[in-house]
Design a protein around this ligand. Structure first.
Ligand code: SF4
Ligand code: FE
Length: 481
């Protein structure tokens, strides 16, 4: 198992084609816009060597019996699912942000069961191939980017009806040695610092959409893979200084890229679905159950940091004892724990799939993610309410060394006599970092938009049974048909 610094060094060997702000980035690992996200992902490696985290961050491979990093493990028990959630909360507490490695983990987990089911129906050989790939990933302790979200073009049209057929990833050529794929995946968290991509369809597909029913893995530096790293609010602060970033070490959420597959060749041994359209919906349902399970873990861990920053800023500013502040803090904790509870509940209420993989309860998992979309912004609102207006108006950290105004800044930003102005500013910047537009949009749309979660809950809820309960309680007799 690699350490965080070994992981960072391993990325240097990749010849990825990455662009940012109109220019090619030769060494993504060292680019100031990217490095904080690399550091956050490195925590998933360090945790396996940390006395506090190793029990959660290590697992035993069900394929080899070897000890592996849990971010490459396929859950075999209820305990595995619970440990996954607890591990994410710990990593969320350490980083205060997204550590990115979970999307690839969930892709591996999902494919273990889906390839099993495809083979059972069609007599294909995907499962064996996938397990070889899984063992290689576990043994080399690789970080995978699980790539699901297509650009989707005109939302009113199906993949095969789009004016541009490439807005969903598709097979453009089948050869004896493999396939050629074309298209793109959007919003790819951790892509620029992953070793490999696992590409999957992002929606259920119809029988005539075979070219889009494709799952494959490629190295991040495979020829034809082009990545364009996205901007974030206030990202120029990353190359301007340290304090104003708020979380200079680990950044703001995941660091996302547009990943383009410009006629990329994939050998058959890395193809795990090719044309079995009826399994695309199952794949998406399972993947989203795993990834929505996670959000109650990582985001409650992040909120532990935000709540801590709010406690500290209230203390520093002398408002900690005010009853309304204590009341709001209790509400913040309640919302964070509600998110975490959903993630635990779906893990405890799990089922074993035919492959032996454990699946969390999808209604609880989707509820957990829906709560994140709704509650994370609510917690940020309360943090800003307690923190005060300075969160939105702070002067630059450079003023702290501006000879003309530095003393004035320290004098007028000072609150309690025993606390420096810089400490208050640092706390304010951290709160600003965690409550800004980028993390809120990420909580809303990461792992799927809230409406996608509602659709699952709507579909899996037995409305007629609930009505019957009410009718019985209300004394309404109805002739049964
Ligand atoms: Fe992992 Fe959470 Fe980031 Fe998703 S948002 S990759 S679950 S840390
Ligand atoms: Fe995500």
């Amino acid at each position: 198992m690699m350490t965080g610094s070994e992981y960072i060094e391993s990325l240097r060997a990749l010849k990825t084609e990455v662009y940012f702000m109109g220019e090619r980035v030769d060494a993504p690992v060292d680019h100031p816009a990217i490095r904080p996200h690399v550091n956050a992902a490195a925590v998933t490696y360090d945790l396996a060597h940390d006395p506090q985290g190793r029990d959660l961050a290590r697992a035993t491979s069900h394929l080899t019996g070897r000890e592996i990093n849990r971010w490459t493990h396929v859950p075999q028990s209820q305990e595995d699912l619970v440990k996954k959630v607890k591990m994410l909360r710990i990593a969320g507490r350490v980083t205060g942000t997204c550590f990115q490695r979970c999307v690839g983990m969930d892709a591996l987990i999902t494919l273990e069961s889906v390839t099993h089911d495809i083979d059972k129906k069609h007599g294909t050989g995907y499962h064996e191939r996938l397990e070889k790939f899984l063992v290689a990933t576990q043994d080399a302790d690789l970080m995978s980017d699980g790539a699901m979200t297509d650009p989707k073009g005109d939302r009113s049209k199906r993949p095969a009806e789009q004016p541009d057929p490439d807005v969903f990833v598709r097979v453009v050529e089948r050869r004896t040695d493999g396939i050629v794929v074309r298209g793109a995946k959007m919003h790819q968290t951790g892509a620029v610092n992953s070793h490999q991509f696992i590409v999957m369809p992002g929606q259920a597909l119809a029988a005539d959409e075979k070219d889009y029913a494709v799952v494959f893995a490629v190295p991040a530096d495979a020829p034809g893979v082009i990545q364009v790293f996205g901007r974030q609010v206030n990202d120029s602060r990353k190359w301007e200084g340290e304090i104003d970033q708020g979380n200079a070490r680990y950044g703001v959420v995941g660091g996302e890229a547009l990943v383009i597959f410009d006629d990329v060749f994939v050998p058959w041994e890395r193809v795990f679905m090719c044309g079995e359209t009826e399994f695309a919906g199952t794949l998406v349902e399972r993947f989203t159950a795993y990834h929505r399970q996670n959000y109650g873990g990582c985001k409650s861990g992040n909120l532990d940091v935000l709540i801590g920053a709010t406690v500290a800023v209230a203390d520093v500013q002398g408002t900690a004892k005010a009853s309304h502040v204590r009341d709001k803090l209790a509400e913040m904790a309640h919302l964070a724990e509600t998110m975490f509870s959903g993630a635990l509940a779906c893990s405890y209420e799990c089922q074993k799939l035919p492959s032996g993989t454990m699946l969390p309860d999808p209604v609880f998992a989707n509820t957990a993610k829906f709560n994140v979309a709704r509650y994370y912004p609510e917690v940020t609102r309360l943090a800003q309410d307690i923190g005060g207006g300075f969160l939105g108006t702070m002067v630059s950290e450079r003023e702290l060394s501006n000879p003309r105004v530095a003393d004035f800044v320290r004098k007028y930003y000072k609150t309690r006599a025993d606390v420096s102005a810089e400490e208050r500013i640092r706390l304010g910047r951290l709160i600003e970092n965690m409550t800004g537009a980028t993390p809120i949009v990420e909580c809303m749309h990461g792992a799927g938009s809230p409406q996608a979660q509602k659709v699952v809950v709507q579909r899996l809820t037995d409305w007629a049974a609930k009505r019957k309960l009410a009718e019985r309680v209300a004394g309404i007799e109805r002739a049964t048909s």
